[in-house]
Design a protein around this ligand. Structure first.
Ligand SMILES: Nc1ncnc2c1ncn2[C@@H]1O[C@H](COP(=O)(O)OP(=O)(O)OP(=O)(O)O)[C@@H](O)[C@H]1O
Ligand SMILES: [Mg+2]
Length: 247
């Protein structure tokens, strides 16, 4: 279970999070939506210690991680993987070696075994046939799929996907949605997904929260979002350029 309790975060005079609380239960797929710059990435970066809140608490499976020292975040980052919005791969390494790297680093297995495990993860995103090719041969979408495979190498309990389907063709996006669902249904993985992709939001989310002006505006099921008469949420989920929403 992931708990954020009353998180506040500012950068200089800019207040980004003004008291955000959320609970994500084991095996749940929780989507965070909101306009560009709303603070979605800032919020999730707290979970792996890339940012510390100005106030508030973060609790992972009952253990408070809010003010841990950098080295105490190492074990948390193995349990809690993040697919970054701008995921980068090592250009000088094959896709296979990119994915095998965390296995080589953190698990005491032979090179051959690490490569076998890496192939299994590439297969999850349909990229096993390209294992010996280099990142430069592919566009952003394919590289993102490999970054997802790499994030799954240590069999994390929690995965944060920061815009996993942005810039990806619809078929691959669908495959990623199905993968997120499978991780939850078959392995009990708890996921937080940041997304603007309505098809994905309404196709896979168990629960959705929208950040607006530093706070959660609604935290509910996809059905709650569809039926709300909140005009700001309706504007957002219908993608209307005109409406009450402000920057
Ligand atoms: N390290 C930082 N230092 C200063 N300001 C930052 C930092 N990180 C984020 N911000 C600011 O915090 C605000 C929220 O940023 P964030 O990246 O969380 O937006 P987002 O909701 O993820 O948007 P997008 O959909 O564009 O990814 C932005 O105004 C951003 O400029
Ligand atoms: Mg972001």
């Amino acid at each position: 279970m992931i708990e954020f309790i009353d998180i506040h975060k500012s950068f200089g005079s800019k207040q980004v999070l003004k008291g955000v609380s959320l609970t994500v239960h084991k095996g749940e797929i929780f989507f965070i939506i909101g306009a560009s710059g709303a603070g979605k990435s800032v919020l999730v970066k707290h979970l792996i210690g890339l940012l510390q809140p100005d106030s508030g608490r973060i609790i992972l499976d009952g253990v408070e991680i809010t003010a841990l020292k950098e080295k105490d975040f190492y074990p948390i980052r193995k349990r809690c993987a993040m697919v970054f919005q701008n995921a980068t791969l090592f250009d000088s390494m094959t896709l296979l070696d990119n994915v095998a790297l965390p296995i080589r680093k953190h698990r005491n297995v032979s090179v051959r075994k690490a490569r076998e495990l890496a192939i299994d993860k590439l297969a999850l995103v349909g990229m096993q046939g390209e294992a010996e090719r280099y990142p430069a041969d592919f566009g952003d979408g394919m590289r993102k799929k490999v970054a997802i495979a790499r994030a799954l190498t240590l069999d994390p309990d929690f995965v944060i996907f920061d815009e996993p389907t942005t810039g990806i063709d619809p078929i691959s996006a669908n495959m990623i949605d199905k993968l997120i669902r499978r991780l939850s249904d078959e392995y009990g993985v708890t996921s937080i997904v940041i997304s603007h992709d309505l098809r994905s939001i309404f196709g896979v989310a168990d629960r959705i929260a929208m950040i607006y002006q530093g706070e959660f505006m609604l935290d509910g099921t996809p059905a709650d979002f569809k039926s709300t008469d909140n005009p700001i949420i309706q504007q957002f989920i219908q993608g209307q350029p005109e409406g009450p929403m402000e920057d």
